[in-house]
Unconditional design. Structure first.
Length: 224
């Protein structure tokens, strides 16, 4: 999988990709993540990347020329399965959509800023608009980092069996059951007896019941 991210703040994204799972996926050559600074494409003498909106509304819009040139250059180099705009008015991200997107070869992500991007780019070039939740971030960068992390961990080989992505919360439509580790008693707090029983069938049943109970209590909406 190759992910190209277009941003006016590449520095905001370097940290999240140089640690842990994403770092490992890159080092194993299973994923490529490329950051592109939109400002480098600006033909303005001051390298401006924002512009005022027609109609006189407050705020600024990402300038047309540098963003369109950046997208066009990347599209001339390879075919993209999706050109995703990260924006609070996009479709809300969930595990189902992450699973679908994880099958892509090449993904382009565009980080929104200011009041967003020109609607004509959304109409003609963007293929998918994604929000990561009902709250406002200062820009699309952190959302792109979230989406990239969620995708990379599903690429075969990036995470080992010991962390199996298939047992994550949401992957089977339920929250994950509680987990315990040694010692079996700590500070007077005991691990549920069944987990020490060695009876794998019983343990699986217990985990299933706990996952159901937890989902009913915390996220009844997941049953809708
Ligand atoms: Cl994708 N962008 C911004 N700016 N805010 C958000 C978001 C995206 N998703 C939730 N809030």
């Amino acid at each position: 999988m190759r992910i190209d991210i277009l941003t006016v703040l590449p520095g905001l994204l370097q940290g999240p990709f140089s640690e842990s799972i994403v770092k490992r996926g890159i080092e194993k050559n299973l994923v490529e993540v490329h950051l592109h600074d939109i400002r480098e494409f600006s033909k303005d003498k001051h390298k401006k990347v924002d512009d005022t909106p027609f109609g006189g509304a407050a705020g600024m819009v990402l300038a047309m020329q540098p963003l369109h040139d950046a997208i066009t250059k990347l599209q001339s180099e390879r075919e993209y399965d999706e050109v995703i705009f990260l924006t609070p008015d996009g479709k809300r991200l969930n595990q189902g959509r992450v699973n679908q997107l994880s099958l892509c070869g090449n993904i382009m992500m565009i980080c929104g800023h200011y009041k967003g991007i020109d609607q004509r780019l959304r109409d003609h070039i963007i293929t998918m608009e994604i929000s990561i939740g009902d709250y406002v971030l200062s820009g699309g960068e952190l959302a792109a980092a979230v989406l990239t992390d969620a995708l990379v961990r599903l690429v075969p080989g990036v995470i080992g069996d010991e962390m199996s992505a298939l047992t994550d919360s949401f992957q089977d439509g339920l929250l994950a059951p509680p987990v315990y580790t040694r010692p079996a008693e700590y500070n007077g707090w005991k691990v549920p007896e069944v987990l020490l029983s060695g009876n794998h069938e019983k343990i699986r049943k217990w985990e299933e019941d706990e996952a159901l109970k937890r989902t009913k209590e915390r996220r009844p909406d997941l049953f809708d």
